[in-house]
Design a protein around this ligand. Structure first.
Ligand code: HEM
Length: 149
């Protein structure tokens, strides 16, 4: 068995996907119902989601390099990998911005003048996680990347 047969990426993506979707749901629900405990739980999930993104980005880069060296990889795979990787990097950046903005807010956070900006970042995070997951699924199930022969 070759080390390239060990597909780590699919095993590492589901924790950040779950944490990030839950973070956005908690933040929006907490803000909408003015429940500060729920909103704060969402903020902690933002941090957890950002940290768990790191292994998924490393494992995705390793898998992408392996696929691009493989002659059986379809020719349009590079475009999909680029789109998928751009969404992943965007996710890392926007989630970081959301974290840094929110961590400076104290007291009743939705009264902070920049709280709407934080909500905007979280909405963008939801779009990016959707694009990442959808393009990843397309590569696996349509382009057959990472599938056993
Ligand atoms: C630079 C970063 C990334 C690269 C280069 C990358 C690359 C890839 C590649 C090549 C695949 C095809 C399957 C495989 O060989 O593993 C894939 C699948 C996938 N990726 Fe990524 N990825 C990256 C980051 C992410 C992130 C941050 C997420 C979400 C948190 C993500 C979610 C997925 C999903 C859901 C699949 C489908 C897995 C399956 O259904 O088996 N990827 N990715």
């Amino acid at each position: 068995m070759d080390y390239r047969d060990i597909i780590l990426h699919p095993a590492t993506v589901h924790i950040p996907i779950g944490a990030i979707v839950a973070a956005a749901c908690f933040v929006f629900y907490g803000w909408y119902r003015r429940l500060s405990d729920i909103e704060q739980a969402g903020y902690y999930l933002v941090i957890f989601g950002w940290v768990t993104l790191i292994p998924s980005i490393i494992s995705g880069t390793i898998d992408a390099v392996n696929h691009l060296q493989n002659p059986r990889t379809p020719s349009d795979a590079l475009n999909w990998i680029n789109f998928h990787a751009a969404c992943a990097i965007g996710l890392l950046v926007v989630l970081w911005l959301a974290w840094q903005l929110r961590r400076r807010m104290t007291g009743v956070v939705w009264e902070h003048p920049r709280y709407r900006q934080f909500l905007g970042y979280m909405a963008l995070v939801l779009v990016l996680i959707f694009c990442s997951g959808w393009s990843g699924g397309y590569m696996v199930y349509t382009l057959q990347l990472g599938r056993l022969p």
